[in-house]
Design a protein around this ligand. Structure first.
Ligand SMILES: N[C@@H](CCC(=O)N[C@@H](CS)C(=O)NCC(=O)O)C(=O)O
Length: 326
């Protein structure tokens, strides 16, 4: 765990001293778009872009899911970093291994950042969307990468599935913000808090939102409207990790997701969407959190449980007729 300062890697845990023990996530720096507009620098082209992900990371997971949902498997190449994130940050495996850097043969992800911007300062995060043509990072913000994937390559794939439809955009944006604060980032705010007060604030906000979600999903099949949207996928990557890591490791232990009837059925429905299960890797998820965060789990021992079965049937189809968009 660390960050780049003046082109040099420094091994440092998150600094919560100036924020009363609260974890504050850094803004992503690379925010370019891919578009077929004539003057666009980054055009949609098959084979041009590469996605670096960690299978443990919920933000990177969103982008992997969109690559599947949008049929981009042959258009955008992907590689996975090692599960653990230690003193050098995200690492690549040896050449030839499953976690090697196939483009540059680098040892560490921070080298990819330095290649894109030798003056880069700050944390080195996944996901990263890399452009092989101009040799730089196009975007390292998952919420923007999934929107790029949602539309930018449609002319190449013919896949018109739209997870951010015009008519639902304002409600999706609103719900994304609420869920980001309370749930997606909320579990991290609970887990990385270094004061009791900061932890409890995140904890209560998280479970208040999960209670709201349980009620909402009792009458609505999805978060917004009657179809799956990006809001569902953004939420899914946190919920699928909840019982395996956030409940124990991040002390989000009022309830497990499996104890919420409607939320747990909803998670199973999303997990069972074609190709989504292939993006979920509980070995990477558990090893990453428990064996990387030394300040939280100094023994680095990874728990064996819990037993999870996301292939079990779900009861969501019965909501079809009565689904209401709010
Ligand atoms: N805003 C980013 C956040 C990505 C992020 O924080 N990724 C974590 C892994 S789950 C990371 O790489 N952390 C490394 C660090 O903070 O040093 C996004 O959504 O893409």
């Amino acid at each position: 765990m660390g960050l780049l300062v003046n082109g040099k890697w420094q091994d440092k845990w998150y600094d919560t001293k100036n924020s009363k023990g609260s974890f504050e996530r850094q803004e992503s720096r690379f925010r370019h778009q891919i578009s077929d507009a004539q003057d666009a620098l980054y055009q949609p082209e098959a084979g041009r872009y590469h996605l670096y992900v960690s299978l443990a990371c919920p933000w990177a997971h969103r982008t992997l899911i969109f690559r599947e949902l949008k049929g981009l498997q042959d258009i955008i190449s992907v590689s996975v970093v090692e599960a653990e994130m230690l003193e050098n940050g995200w690492e690549f495996g040896e050449q030839g291994s499953k976690t090697a850097d196939p483009l540059h043969g680098f040892d560490y992800l921070y080298q990819v950042y330095l290649k894109a911007a030798p003056d880069y300062e700050g944390r080195v995060t996944v996901p990263v969307l890399w452009d092989k043509k101009t040799q730089t990072i196009v975007n390292n913000e998952s919420s923007e990468i999934i929107r790029i994937f949602n539309t930018a390559f449609n002319s190449l794939t013919g896949n018109q599935n739209n997870y951010y439809p015009d008519t639902l955009q304002s409600r999706i944006d609103e719900i994304n913000d609420e869920i980001y604060d309370a749930i997606n980032n909320g579990v991290y705010r609970a887990g990385f808090a270094t004061t009791q007060a900061a932890y409890e604030e995140a904890f209560f906000q998280l479970f208040e939102k999960l209670d709201w979600l349980e009620e909402h999903l009792a009458n609505n099949r999805y978060l917004v409207g009657e179809r799956l949207t990006e809001a569902d996928w953004r939420l899914f990557t946190t919920l699928i990790r909840f019982d395996a890591v956030y409940h124990g490791h991040f002390k989000c232990n009022r309830n497990k997701v499996s104890e919420f009837h409607h939320i747990s059925n909803y998670v199973r429905e999303l997990y069972q969407v074609a190709n989504v299960a292939s993006t979920v890797d509980f070995d990477h998820i558990k090893v990453h959190y428990y064996a990387s965060h030394r300040t939280i789990n100094p023994t680095l021992v990874v728990p064996v449980g819990p037993v999870l079965d996301f292939d079990a049937p779900h009861d969501r189809a019965q909501l079809n007729a009565q689904s209401s968009s709010e």
